[in-house]
Design a protein around this ligand. Structure first.
Ligand SMILES: [Zn+2]
Length: 286
């Protein structure tokens, strides 16, 4: 950093990248953030997830520079996490629809704390909460389809958005193109739900479908199938450990992700959360 006085310690500018999937459809990547999908039209921009609150400025900037870009007319929240709902306040104040599964809205009306690290998430102001919720499936006038992923993979409010004309399926953090996912069991996610959700998503895709996960690169049906099998294997191993009376630390020590870690990264944190999610899901008083 020598030769750049004045920038030391300053926050680096956020530089988003756009990957074009179709004439009117883009994946926007803001460093260290979740993927954002933008569809442009004469009516403005449809967004699937809106980045975190701190990246709203960068996101608005890139939207205005997209070919055919403009103001957001519709925003989807694939689930309640802060990396998805940062644009909600802006869109809500503009009086535009924020679409989410009803459970996602409910989580955004309450404070949530993750027990493993004490991270606390504060409820959103009313204007930023999803203002158009659904329970199962629906279709926009433009033909864009969306639906609930009821398996509780990542949270209990997960949803997909399908662009049939472009053959693009956006699935949020139910699927990851980069590293192990968070298993957010305090808001309903669990390892068995990941397996069920990935099986379900296969029925919405074909060989040509581009599948946009919450993080990382755009995936294909073959990736989805491989990940379904991987999580199925891990689920079986964790269930066996639990049935033998083992706990989360012993589960980590058993290294149930060992042959996948080279591709996915160190699995310890994931294994601990996934094991805890079994307890949370299967204990009768949860
Ligand atoms: Zn998430």
């Amino acid at each position: 950093m020598l030769g750049a006085p004045g920038t030391l310690g300053a926050q680096a500018p956020i530089v988003p990248q756009a990957e074009r999937l179709a004439e009117d459809l883009f994946v926007l990547r803001i460093p260290n953030e979740a993927n954002v999908v933008a569809q442009t039209s004469s009516a403005g921009v449809l967004l699937v997830d809106g980045g975190s609150a701190q990246s709203v400025g960068a996101l608005t900037g890139i939207l205005s520079r997209l070919p055919g870009g403009g103001e957001v007319h519709t925003l989807f929240n694939t689930h309640w996490h802060p990396e998805q709902v940062g644009s909600n306040e802006l869109v809500g104040k503009a009086g535009k629809p924020i679409i989410a599964q009803e459970n996602t809205r409910l989580w955004l009306t309450t404070d949530v704390t993750w027990p493993w690290n004490g991270r606390r998430f504060t409820r959103l102001p009313k204007v930023a909460q999803p203002n158009r919720t659904f329970y199962t499936t629906a279709t926009l006038e433009s033909g864009v389809k969306y639906g609930y992923i009821p398996d509780a993979a990542h949270t209990d409010g997960d949803m997909y958005v399908l662009f049939p004309q472009q053959n693009v399926l956006v699935v949020g953090d139910v699927l990851s193109g980069q590293g192990w996912p968070v298993v957010d069991w305090p808001t309903g996610g669990w390892i068995g739900g990941i397996v069920g959700a990935l099986q379900r998503l296969q029925t919405l895709a074909n060989e040509e479908t581009r599948i946009v996960p919450g993080r990382g690169r755009v995936l294909r049906l073959a990736d989805l199938k491989a990940q379904t099998e991987m999580y199925g294997t891990i689920y079986d191993r964790l269930t066996q450990l639990m049935n033998r009376g083992r706990g989360p630390t012993e589960a980590v020590e058993a290294r149930p992700t060992k042959e996948f870690d080279e591709q996915m990264g160190n699995g310890d944190e994931f294994v601990r959360r996934a094991f805890e999610s079994l307890w949370a899901y299967l204990s009768p008083d949860a």
